[in-house]
Design a protein around this ligand. Structure first.
Ligand code: HAX
Length: 435
């Protein structure tokens, strides 16, 4: 058994006992009421899922196992001479509920490198798709093709006991996380670099090697990728990609099926695809205004025009957050340090100064502030990763860290199949005595 898994096994029994005791003692306590309006509003504000890896506070933003992003920037191990947190570290923290040491992080890096070989049939599946297939479609097809490797599927067929489900799920999660960068890089190089693929460099860390396979060996880009992969990894349990992974996983679907479901959700423009939409929207604005850097007044007019056409301003708003997303702030700090004079960064900053007031004035937008997607594309564009259709795949690779950790923990806990109730409007009217 590998050392990471061995250490993880020490966490299982106490965590299961803690939850069992808690349910036994407090299981009948009521923690909230549901309003009729919530049933029609995408379950906003309803507590419905247990997710231990991170918690989103509307006014403060995300905390991973209790740590804010600035705290993690300080506390998580870095690459040699680097300043940005390594995603291996946030994965370890989410899995173990324990801050990793440098050695722990190295062990995760090495473990993933050992598991990272993608079987050739996966590349054949990708190659069979038309070149214009959206990268997220290719990504999901690749994840499904990788399912031939599922340890859980094999173990279930062989009749594994419930109490052991977590073990092959852990193997699937680790294998999948290890292989996603190679799959994603393959899709990128095939679509945008004439299929000139780059072999992995197993001496590099997970995000650094991903950058390398994409074709970006600039050390600054690698640092950016480490930050990107860390901050996109989890956003509590209710967002579409996390919830979809959790829901499908609750049917005992293996990590591949569950994660593919999550990625289908991430590919929606109101969720992860917003990062692509932001750049598309910014470039369209620049083109329409004749190139160069638009003034605040020009931006303001363009924002109003977008709204008047019945479209959303991509990268702004959030279902839970009520302030600027700390993930946006983290990327802004990176841009201020590494590329303060980048024209697109200046545009992103100007948009930040203009949009919230306009959204607020609509009187209906609950959160006028920028979210994570308002910034990420600018960082990628700066280093020459300009093919924005690919951006959501990067988000997806990172998101695997949180949602697959949750899947493993769901198996440890023996979480049941998810099956909320539904009701018709007529019956609901009867219930509340409406005519
Ligand atoms: N531009 C224009 N209108 C917006 C808006 C925006 N950025 N954000 C919200 N609104 C509108 C909604 O469309 C809704 O209008 P209707 O009543 O006419 O339907 C109204 O304001 C109220 O919405 P809300 O309660 O403030 O927001 P929701 O919780 O319903 O939706 C969204 C949250 C993130 C989907 C929304 O803010 C949005 O569409 N933003 C733009 C797309 C985006 O950036 N998505 C990424 C979000 C972060 C994420 O998941 N990243 O992966």
């Amino acid at each position: 058994m590998d050392r990471i898994k061995e250490h993880f096994t020490t966490k299982l029994e106490p965590a299961v006992r803690e939850v069992k005791d808690f349910i036994k003692e407090h299981g009948d306590e009521v923690i909230g009421d549901i309003k009729v309006s919530q049933l029609y509003s995408g379950m906003r504000g309803m507590l419905a899922i247990i997710s231990e890896t991170s918690k989103l506070d509307p006014d403060e933003g995300i905390r991973f196992r209790g740590y804010s992003i600035p705290e993690l920037e300080e506390k998580l191990p870095k690459y040699v001479d680097g300043q940005q947190p390594l995603p291996e570290g946030i994965f370890y923290l989410m899995l173990m509920n324990e801050l990793p040491t440098e050695d722990d992080v190295k062990r995760v890096s090495n473990n993933w490198a050992r598991r990272s070989i993608v079987p050739p049939h996966v590349f054949k599946v990708i190659d069979a798709l038309p070149m214009h297939t959206h990268p997220m479609t290719q990504f999901v097809a690749g994840i499904m093709a990788l399912r031939t490797e599922s340890e859980f599927q094999k173990a279930y067929r062989a009749g594994i006991s419930k109490s052991e489900y977590w073990d092959p799920t852990y193997e699937d999660a680790m294998n999948l996380i290890a292989r996603l960068p190679r799959l994603a890089a393959y899709i990128y190089r095939r679509a945008y670099h004439n299929g000139e693929h780059i072999e992995p460099d197993s001496k590099l860390d997970w995000a650094g090697n991903f950058a390398h396979m994409l074709g970006f060996d600039n050390p600054e880009f690698k640092e950016m990728m480490r930050l990107y992969m860390t901050i996109h990894s989890d956003h509590e349990g209710g967002n579409v990609s996390a919830h979809a992974t959790h829901l499908v996983g609750s049917a005992l679907s293996d990590a591949y099926l569950s994660f593919a479901a999550g990625m289908n959700g991430l590919a929606g423009p109101l969720h992860g695809l917003a990062n692509q939409e932001v750049i598309r929207w910014l470039l369209a604005m620049r083109d329409e205004l004749g190139g160069g850097l638009p003034s605040k007044e020009q931006i303001s007019n363009y924002v109003k025009k977008t709204l008047s056409e019945g479209k959303v301003i991509p990268g702004f708003g959030h279902a839970v957050l009520r302030k600027t997303d700390p993930r946006y702030d983290a990327q802004r700090r990176f841009a201020m340090e590494y590329m303060p004079d980048d024209e697109l960064f200046i545009l992103v900053s100007r948009v930040y100064e203009v949009v919230p007031e306009i959204l607020q004035a609509t009187g209906k937008v609950k959160n006028p502030w920028p979210n994570v997607d308002a910034h990420s594309g600018q960082l990628l564009m700066h280093y020459g990763l300009t093919q924005y259709d690919f951006y959501t795949v990067l988000f997806g690779v990172s998101r695997s860290l949180g949602v697959l950790t949750n899947l493993v923990w769901n198996r440890v806990m023996g979480s049941p199949i998810e099956r909320p109730g539904s009701i018709t409007t007529d019956l609901l009217k009867d219930k509340v005595g409406a005519k």
